[in-house]
Design a binder for this molecule. Structure first.
Ligand code: SF4
Length: 188
């Protein structure tokens, strides 16, 4: 279970057959990631929900549609970015990932990030933001800043998860600002 030197096919196979944490018992299928493997922007979410678990793709359903709209606001779509989650298997009942699950799954995500080698990373939601930054600060305090992610110090920003925006539409303007900031950095 050391993905750090794997190529895409080997990594995909390793995720599909992974039994490194208990979520392998309850998943319908793994949700690897989707999009352009040469993307300039990489989106990192939390974990598959019920619809993602069924379809095998991250960010489907209403939250996925809103993410698509957020991307469209900066002239991008799913085919141009790469989207992956902290966890590749669905936590039952959509509970938060447990620390042992996140750490078991993390090498897969870090290898995806290394292979894509994006210019900008956007963590959407509390779980990926806190997980990647090793903090328990709220998204409201993390957004609007740039962080450095991983050994290559990739610029990473934090914004709200589209599921949260569906519940709190008054925060959408802030998410749009976050997307614009990422867009400006990509345009430099
Ligand atoms: Fe493996 Fe990640 Fe699925 Fe756990 S969540 S079984 S570590 S792929």
């Amino acid at each position: 279970h050391d993905p750090s030197a794997m190529d895409w096919p080997a990594l995909g196979q390793a995720v599909r057959s992974c039994r490194a944490c208990d979520l392998c018992e309850t998943r319908t299928q793994t949700v690897f990631g989707v999009g352009n493997r040469d993307a300039e922007l990489m989106i990192i979410g939390e974990a598959p929900g019920v619809e993602e678990d069924r379809k095998g793709e991250p960010f489907v359903g209403r939250a996925g549609k809103l993410l698509d709209l957020m991307l469209a606001a900066i002239g991008l779509d799913r085919g141009r970015v790469y989207i992956a989650n902290i966890l590749k298997c669905r936590p039952p009942g959509n509970r938060d990932p447990r620390p042992e699950e996140s750490s078991a799954c993390r090498p897969f995500l870090m290898r995806q990030i290394a292979l894509v080698n994006p210019r900008v990373v956007l963590a959407v939601g509390r779980v990926p933001a806190q997980n990647l930054l090793g903090t328990d600060e709220a998204v409201s305090r993390l957004r609007g800043r740039w962080f450095e992610l991983g050994p290559d110090s990739l610029p990473m920003a934090v914004t709200y998860h589209p599921s949260y925006l569906l519940r709190s539409p008054e925060q959408k303007a802030k998410a749009w600002q976050d997307l614009q900031a990422a867009h400006r950095l990509l345009a430099e």
